[in-house]
Design a protein around this ligand. Structure first.
Ligand SMILES: Cc1ncc(C[n+]2csc(CCOP(=O)(O)OP(=O)(O)O)c2C)c(N)n1
Length: 667
């Protein structure tokens, strides 16, 4: 640790007792001593990667010290001091760093990539920015529940260049969410200095653009950090609103230990040594007569001994057991669906869209903690009017119009879930999910497997072509998500299933992509129960029984197949509606294949990389001996969805399906 002769930071100790100052010092020095040890362990190969927060401890420790213990903090990769200041036992932290079972992720994710409800911490994913939207959701939950709690989320100055920063600040500002956006401005992002990262002079200059109060503090002055965060939290707990807090500091070591610091201009690090947060504070406390050399040594030696002992315990722990079943099982949060049957025989004929509306309304009545978010979904009722009238019944807190910020809103959905609520996010069109893609495939999907937390979010996806809406309002993009372990994909084709499966998706604590074909909204009708009911997720349905050929399909494909088969009474076709694409009902698929030995897989999505390819592979691997013909895929052509109705009809597979069906029967 740097020893300074002269102090370069002025501290104001007003409001801090001697005892408290010693306590703060003890917390401040702790992460530094761990880091000193880490560097040795790194050289010994006992730790792999390490992102250093050396010189930035004032930020991590000061902010955490000022927050209440039951308030959430969302730290980043240099915030060891957040974790230590929440008093996580060191053996557990070390076990996490070493990938041991008693860490937080069963060896599945590294360093600070974990969260823990026990300590009200939500760690990052590598992508940096997505943290910020989650904080919005947590803050929204506490605002709705009137808990008078603040949430603090970190970003680096580099990570703040990501779109997530803009979206999350914007949402928090529009919704008056009690979040502190703590920009840890250490002047560098890997080798990139601030001047190559952003053009404004300082982050607080951005506050006005977001309509947000912005405060700048010296992040190396722990008392200034604590005082500022205390002042902000006292205010925003009472009057919820976000604050941009810029903490000026410097990254003393390289980006990570292996990457070095050659890009730093000569002398820069030496200059910052003078502003070391710990040495300066220590000098100050000695000047004040609060710390003596003896007390300093006692504090340090006791922490060092604890580090050595605790590290050894974690080090001695055996390597994480390798068990295939556990790996696969942990993909989803444990949940056994109990299928709910209607209370009465009362039925009404409804359109597909009404069934979805019915399901949403009854789920909102059932779960007071359920919130729906989407663009124009409140008074306007949504682009397709699915949520029409909901504001009157459930209010604007639960039926939330959102800014056009898909990533922050999906993140906010996850934040709501982490804070014990349930969320539905309506994509205005399934096509726009690309803007929230990262949150879905990297945060929602991986969360439970990484640190055992559920992601109780349903993403509603108005999908599909057929209305001459062109390449950005017509796509079938379920295959993007099919490839992502941890998600469930539900895709109803009937009115009855639309309601029952939607209710089931909302019940399920796992992230569900719920596809609703737009062209079925108003064209499809059916009699369904007026009561709340659910349909089992993960179960395919035989729509039509037959012996000549099996058609495996879902969504609009079910209707195309039904229509074409009806034109050919001479063909006895079995039609299977998958209904759930993830997890797949493989048993039902294999049974239907074995029944006829001839199979067509039909879907609206493009051919290449579509779900059909996976189905064919599974059928070949598991039913080869039962096949009487090569399995045939029929799908849309491999182009974007064209606008002109004639081109669109050529694009879609319906016409080609009829030909394939006749050929298959003849084979
Ligand atoms: C989306 C994304 N792009 C790039 C990276 C690689 N990366 C990791 S940290 C980092 C620098 C981040 O800088 P900053 O946010 O200022 O935080 P600091 O490391 O300085 O604390 C980069 C480029 C990443 N993890 N995620």
């Amino acid at each position: 640790m740097e020893v300074l002769e002269k102090r370069s930071i002025d501290f104001n100790r007003t409001g801090f007792s001697d005892e408290e100052l010693v306590n703060i010092y003890t917390k401040l020095v702790r992460p530094r001593l761990i880091e000193e040890r880490m560097l040795i362990l790194l050289r010994q190969g006992k730790i792999t990667k390490w992102f250093s927060g050396w010189g930035q401890e004032g930020v991590s420790v000061g902010t955490t010290y000022a927050m209440n213990r039951d308030e959430y903090i969302l730290p980043m990769h240099r915030n060891l001091g957040v974790f230590t200041s929440r008093d996580i036992p060191l053996r557990k932290l070390f076990a996490q760093f070493q990938g041991k079972l008693s860490g937080f992720t069963k060896g599945r994710d590294r360093s600070f990539h974990f969260g823990t409800q026990e300590y009200n911490l939500v760690g990052m994913i590598s992508h940096l920015g997505p943290q910020l939207g989650i904080a919005d959701g947590i803050a929204l939950a506490s605002k709705i529940k009137k808990e008078k709690k603040a949430t603090l989320v970190f970003t680096g100055d580099g990570g703040a260049s990501e779109g997530d920063f803009h979206e999350s600040l914007n949402v928090a500002s529009v919704w008056d969410l009690p979040v502190i956006f703590a920009v840890e401005n250490n002047c560098w992002g890997l080798s990139t200095p601030s001047v190559e990262q952003f053009k404004c002079k300082q982050f607080i200059d951005k506050g006005i653009g977001y309509g947000m109060e912005a405060v700048q503090v010296n992040g190396n002055n722990i008392l200034e950090v604590i005082t500022a965060v205390r002042k902000i939290t006292a205010e925003i707990r009472e009057n919820p609103k976000p604050v941009l807090l810029e903490l000026m500091t410097f990254r003393m070591r390289g980006h990570e230990e292996a990457s070095g610091t050659k890009y730093y201009p000569e002398g820069l690090q030496d200059e910052w040594v003078k502003f070391d947060p710990i040495s300066n504070f220590e000098l100050f406390l000695k000047e004040e007569g609060i710390l003596t050399d003896e007390l300093t040594t006692t504090i340090r030696e006791s922490i060092k001994a604890e580090i050595v002992d605790e590290f050894e315990i974690a080090y001695q722990e055996e390597a994480v057991p390798v068990n295939m079943e556990t790996e696969l099982c942990d993909i989803y949060a444990p949940f056994t669906q109990e299928v709910i049957t209607p209370n009465s025989d009362n039925k009404t004929e409804k359109r597909f869209i009404d069934a979805i509306q019915d399901g949403l309304r009854q789920s909102l009545e059932k779960y007071s903690e359920l919130v729906i978010m989407g663009q124009d979904i409140a008074e306007y009722g949504g682009a397709f009017k699915v949520t029409e009238g909901f504001v009157d019944q459930f209010g604007k807190e639960r039926i939330r119009n959102t800014p056009i910020c898909e990533s922050a809103i999906v993140g906010a959905g996850l934040g709501l879930s982490i804070a014990g609520m349930k969320a539905i996010v309506e994509m205005q069109f399934a096509d726009f999910v690309t803007c929230g893609f990262n949150q879905i495939v990297n945060n929602l999907a991986k969360l439970h497997w990484r640190w055992g937390e559920k992601a109780d979010v349903v993403i509603r996806m108005p999908t599909g072509a057929g209305s001459a809406a062109g390449p950005f309002h017509s796509q079938s993009n379920e295959a993007w998500f099919f490839h992502t372990p941890g998600l469930k994909i539900v895709y109803p084709s009937s009115v009855e299933d639309a309601k029952g499966l939607l209710n089931a998706a909302i019940e399920d604590p796992n992230p569900v992509m719920f596809f609703e074909h737009k062209n079925l909204y108003r064209s499809l009708k059916g009699e369904i129960s007026d009561d709340y009911y659910t349909v089992e997720i993960g179960k395919a349905k035989t729509v039509r029984s037959g012996d000549d050929v099996t058609i495996i399909t879902y969504g609009m494909g079910v209707h195309w197949a039904t229509e074409i088969v009806a034109k050919h009474p001479e063909i006895s076709a079995e039609i299977v509606d998958l209904r759930t694409l993830l997890p797949l009902d493989t048993e039902a698929i294999y049974a239907a294949v074995r029944k006829t030995g001839k199979v067509i897989v039909l879907h609206e999505d493009c051919m290449t990389g579509g779900i059909g390819g996976e189905l064919v592979a599974l059928i070949n691997e598991n039913c080869f001996n039962d096949l009487d013909a090569p399995v045939k895929r029929v799908a849309s052509i491999d182009t974007p969805v064209p606008f002109d109705a004639h081109l669109e009809q050529q694009f879609l597979p319906k016409g080609r399906f009829e030909i394939a069906l006749l050929e298959m029967v003849k084979y």
